[in-house]
Design a protein. Structure first.
Length: 171
């Protein structure tokens, strides 16, 4: 896409070119199921409509629609945007898998950090309250890590949920 900015629309200013590229990128994304010619026709039609209602996106573009070179460059840009969208769509499964891997790595890093830390006062207090609430004998937690206590609390809560299920009611 970078090389297109240096080769297309050489007669436009830097700002005109940037705004046209940006707008066309979102416009093509909106109509990506259509052909290049259909997208071009829709773009020209929309720009002429907005020009007629005196609210154009680009005031300078209407005269350029008569220039064959400009239309040719617009087609190239639309084609390149469609290609970029296809590539992005093809990469989607890989990106999702990568996100999942990164999420797992963050979780492992967090657990590793927690395994080296002492439990917080809130964790100890919460553990004591849960043990009293469910009449569970308290374990010695003086040598436990923050991760160990988190897992113990999670197990207590899971056991409590399984005892109180919507079908059974209270045991």
């Amino acid at each position: 896409m970078y090389y297109l900015k240096n080769t297309l629309f050489l007669d436009l200013t830097k700002n005109q070119k940037a705004s046209l590229f940006s707008f066309l990128k979102s416009f093509v994304k909106k109509y990506q199921k259509k052909s290049i010619d259909d997208i071009l026709d829709l773009f020209i039609e929309e720009e002429q409509y907005y020009y007629e209602v005196q609210n154009p996106h680009f005031e300078w573009i209407i005269e350029l629609f008569e220039n064959e070179q400009f239309i040719k460059e617009l087609k190239i840009l639309i084609k390149e945007n469609l290609k970029q969208l296809e590539i992005k769509e093809a990469q989607k499964p890989f990106l999702e898998k990568q996100k999942q891997i990164m999420k797992e790595q963050r979780k492992k890093a967090s657990e590793l950090k927690m395994s080296k830390e002492k439990p917080t006062k809130k964790q100890i207090y919460y553990y004591d309250k849960l043990c009293k609430q469910y009449n569970i004998k308290q374990e010695d937690i003086s040598e436990k890590s923050r991760l160990d206590l988190k897992n113990i609390i999670g197990k207590i809560l899971d056991d409590a949920e399984s005892k109180i299920s919507p079908q059974k009611g209270l045991d």
